[in-house]
Write a protein that binds this ligand. Structure first.
Ligand code: ADP
Ligand code: MG
Length: 242
């Protein structure tokens, strides 16, 4: 029996913005199909870590691989970026000019060499999965924040990425709409998608995470299965205590 090898390997990564160190010797391995949660107080480096894995930032030291591919430096090839990692930000960032279906098919149509018919069918199947099939012709302004965020999730999925990255995807939503998005993420986890999720949603972490990394001041200070992560780490990640 061979041991499963990690699909994401972050090894000794440091990232500076001028004099500020945003990541200080951070190491993290994520197995295929795992839900890796990242918690920690505001400013601890969660977004920077996700942005480095998602190739939105270059790193100053260490290495990152996704599915065996080294990521450390910005790639110009946008297609391979979206094929490797799909990213969901705190705000859905949808174009006002495009309907839900147009939003989903735009990147696959321009970046993938696949027939339009197939891309549309897959987009519809994704919309159906998050309960938004009937919104295919709606514009973002006609959707709730939770619906918009679900569209942002399936927009990323439409590129069939190896790994999904979520940066506090419910932090801008009220609890009811946050619940819809968290349910969609839980369903996605159940399909075996590898996910790295920065979040303050303690319930989600407790119930869905395979592993939790606790960040503080640019470092990972605690790591383990959710039941082993201290309550204090969650309290601090809400920003109440420093
Ligand atoms: P978190 O997501 O945990 O709140 P961030 O990764 O956003 O933390 O930020 C970590 C640190 O890096 C903070 O001090 C933040 O101000 C700084 N930082 C993040 N992005 C930039 C940037 N583009 N330029 C300068 N400083 C940044
Ligand atoms: Mg952040």
């Amino acid at each position: 029996m061979t041991a499963l090898s990690p699909i994401v390997v972050v090894d000794g990564v440091s990232k500076r913005f001028g004099a500020l160190t945003a990541l200080d010797d951070v190491s993290l391995s994520v197995l295929p199909g795992a839900v890796q949660c990242i918690v920690g107080p505001p400013g601890s480096g969660k977004s920077t870590l996700l942005r480095c894995i998602g190739q939105c930032e270059t790193i100053d030291a260490g290495s990152i691989t996704v599915a065996g591919e080294p990521i450390g430096h910005l790639r110009l090839d946008i297609a391979s970026q979206h094929l490797m990692t799909g990213m969901v930000f705190p705000h859905p960032d949808l174009s006002d000019q495009m309907t839900v279906l147009q939003t989903l098919i735009e990147r696959p149509l321009t970046l993938l060499k696949r027939p339009r018919r197939e891309i549309v069918a897959e987009a519809m199947a994704l919309l159906d999965r998050v309960g938004l099939a009937e919104k295919r012709d709606s514009y973002p302004s006609e959707l709730s924040g939770g619906q918009q965020q679900r569209v942002a999730i399936v927009r990323a999925l439409a590129m069939r990425p190896q790994v999904m990255l979520f940066d506090e995807p419910t932090s801008a939503l009220d609890p009811e709409h946050a619940g819809e998005v968290l349910a969609a993420m839980r369903d996605l986890a159940a399909t075996g998608m590898t996910m790295i999720v920065a979040t303050r949603e303690r319930d989600f972490v407790r119930k869905v995470a395979s592993n939790v990394a606790v960040m503080d001041r640019a470092r990972i200070v605690e790591q383990g299965p959710p039941q082993r992560v201290s309550e204090r780490a969650f309290v601090r990640s809400l920003g109440g205590e420093r």
